[in-house]
Unconditional design. Structure first.
Length: 635
């Protein structure tokens, strides 16, 4: 049975237990309340007085005690006025005037609302965990040339672990083997495998592809990059959105005001009413308290934002806080890096232009044999194009010139494979004016004569065009910045219908250009994929990292991380931000509209405790249901 299957079953059992545990107090109280209602309606003579009081106290304790405890804990922390205090005063007051069922019912619905909130948050966290936590449970540790399989959580830093082909790395570490081919797609979304060399850093989630390798562990299970990302997103609610912060501040002013108004409603009429009855005015004051309780806002608004974070994580988008959901909802301009963001970041042969006087097949085989000695992405592209290397070709006297290319001898003749700087170095003549060179070029010279060239370029991602189209449909202005050649950048921009695009930019020039855009635009998000983009990510209103797990700088600085490296997730992130903000404001308007309406009815003597219960807990439940529906939406 696969780990994914096992994890699904574990989460299923945990969810069922969580559900039962969360709703058990409410279920117990509800059953007792139903029996009490039957006894009341059957007019049992013994079900009166202190017996009735004690019976409803038993019904009240499972749902009421936790709230009273929370109120007491808040008071001890100096937070005297809270929704817990309002609920406690209102329900205990209902008991004081003999309205036992109403007192229990208020707490019952409040308990159900809290349980629904807990389950919604738990579901969002599980979505995030299942998305990210792709590490195996056990590893093979090497001890004095002996192999032992132990739980990954027990492995200490400094231990040596061994991976067979096809196995996934459970811990961060440093490669001890000379070379390894690793699949990083589960982390970065990059489809092309990466070659790592001895002493290179490797990370949990990478898959070993070709040979047995050994890794020296540098981070324990709970301190891997995956763990840090997981903690980062699960604690995202610590960064509150402006709307959420406003409601919190509003509640701190609103709650004491409501308490004092309720006290006034209860006692002031004694000076203006000749037939003042304490019980009647206390009941009205309690109705006012229950109606005025800000539970719907205090519960549903944070849940709305957490629901947005959970929905985003389900789509492979990691928000570092609810504040960024608010910010991204208002973004009007997207600035994109090119390589690795809009393009694959992996090269492919586009054109082969060889002088007809040379044998095309033989030249390609020679180039392939030479490039087989290199691990550069361009060499990989040529090998992919040419196919299997002809092992009968003897490559000798190989000499590499950094930043230029390779010189070698094949069949006792000198061959040069590299850029035109290499040809210039060896005084090889070529007609530069008649060469239409737009992409990356591999120039070839054989026997001191220019043979031709191979044109190589990065591929535009399959979903890039649709991404730009969707962004424009959302009314977003798109700009592209790149360090690549201006001609290449212009070609990509034309293919994607991007009007503004700038090439030949160093990292500091990207920042300068971004500053110019920010100065003229209202709100800007920058999308990048690596360390060089870190300054621009930090400068923008919202920094979005593509494949951010490959770069510490991107993780630290970006506000949003797109886990699978697909640009199509950018409009999805925008839509989730907009929908989250919409739902939050729907809840605010819903809560205030219904509460004001019931308060007016209450002031006219038309609302009783049951209407008050609906105005408080009923609205809270409606708001919670509205908030959690975002996790079921498709974007």
């Amino acid at each position: 049975m696969s780990k994914a299957c096992c994890n699904t079953q574990i989460y299923s059992h945990k969810t069922q237990l969580k559900f039962l545990k969360s709703f058990l107090p409410a279920i117990v109280s509800l059953l007792i309340l139903i029996v009490g209602s039957i006894l009341n309606s059957s007019d049992q003579s013994w079900f009166k007085g202190w017996i009735k009081f004690a019976y409803y106290i038993v019904a009240y304790i499972p749902v009421g005690f936790p709230v009273i405890k929370e109120a007491w804990e808040s008071i001890k922390k100096g937070q005297f006025f809270s929704e817990f205090l309002l609920m406690s005063i209102a329900t205990l007051g209902a008991f004081a005037i003999g309205e036992y069922p109403e007192g229990v019912t208020v707490m019952l619905f409040y308990s159900v609302g809290e349980a629904l909130q807990d389950l919604a948050v738990s579901k969002a966290k599980n979505n995030i965990k299942s998305l990210l936590d792709q590490r195996p449970d056990s590893v093979t540790v090497v001890e004095k040339e002996n192999l032992h399989v132990i739980p990954a959580k027990e492995v200490k830093a400094g231990s040596i672990i061994q991976l067979k082909p096809g196995e996934k790395l459970a811990l961060d570490g440093q490669l001890l083997s000379e070379k390894a081919l690793l699949d990083t797609s589960s982390l970065t979304g990059e489809s092309a495998p990466q070659i790592k060399y001895k002493s290179d850093s490797v990370f949990a989630g990478m898959i070993n592809l070709n040979t047995v390798i050994q890794v020296c562990v540098t981070s324990t299970y709970d301190h891997t990059k995956l763990s840090k990302i997981l903690e980062l997103v699960q604690s995202a609610t610590s960064k509150k959105a402006p709307t959420e912060l406003f409601i919190r501040k509003f509640a701190k002013i609103y709650t004491p005001m409501v308490v004092f108004l309720a006290i006034s409603i209860c006692f002031l009429p004694i000076f203006f009413t000749s037939d003042y009855q304490f019980k009647e005015w206390l009941y009205k004051a309690l109705i006012f308290l229950v109606i005025s309780c800000p539970c719907a806002l205090v519960i549903s608004i944070p849940l709305g934002y957490f629901g947005g974070i959970g929905a985003a994580s389900r789509h492979g988008i990691l928000f570092k806080g609810s504040s960024y959901l608010d910010k991204i909802a208002g973004i009007q301009n997207i600035v994109l890096d090119k390589t690795g963001t809009i393009t694959e970041g992996s090269f492919k042969v586009q054109e082969v232009n060889i002088n007809p006087k040379f044998n095309l097949s033989k030249i390609i085989q020679y180039v392939n044999a030479i490039e087989n000695l290199s691990t550069h992405p361009i060499a990989t592209a040529i090998k992919e194009y040419a196919g299997e290397v002809n092992m009968g070709i003897s490559v000798q006297k190989v000499e590499e010139f950094p930043g230029m290319g390779i010189k070698a001898e094949i069949e006792e003749a000198e061959i040069l494979v590299g850029n035109f700087k290499l040809l210039d170095k060896f005084n090889i003549y070529y007609d530069a004016e008649n060469l239409n060179l737009r992409n990356t070029i591999i120039a070839i010279a054989y026997k001191n004569e220019f043979v031709g060239y191979i044109s190589i370029s990065d591929q535009i991602k399959a979903d890039a065009a649709q991404t730009i189209k969707e962004l424009m449909h959302l009314g977003i202005k798109v700009t592209m910045l790149s360090g690549d050649k201006s001609s290449v950048v212009k070609e990509v921009a034309n293919a994607l219908n991007i009007e503004e695009a700038y090439g030949n930019l160093y990292p500091e020039e990207k920042v300068k250009k971004l500053e110019e855009i920010i100065n003229f635009k209202e709100s800007v998000a920058f999308v990048g994929d690596g360390v060089n983009d870190a300054p621009a990510l930090a400068l923008s209103d919202v920094g979005i990292a593509m494949g951010g797990l490959g770069s510490d700088a991107a993780i630290e600085i970006a506000d949003v991380v797109i886990q699978d490296d697909k640009p199509s997730k950018i409009p999805v992130a925008l839509k989730i931000g907009k929908k989250t903000k919409q739902i939050v404001w729907q809840n605010i308007i819903l809560a205030f509209t219904i509460k004001i309406a019931v308060l007016i009815l209450g002031a006219g003597g038309f609302a009783n405790m049951w209407e008050a219960i609906f105005a408080d807990v009923g609205v809270a439940l409606l708001a919670i249901a509205n908030a959690i529906r975002i996790q079921r939406m498709n974007f």
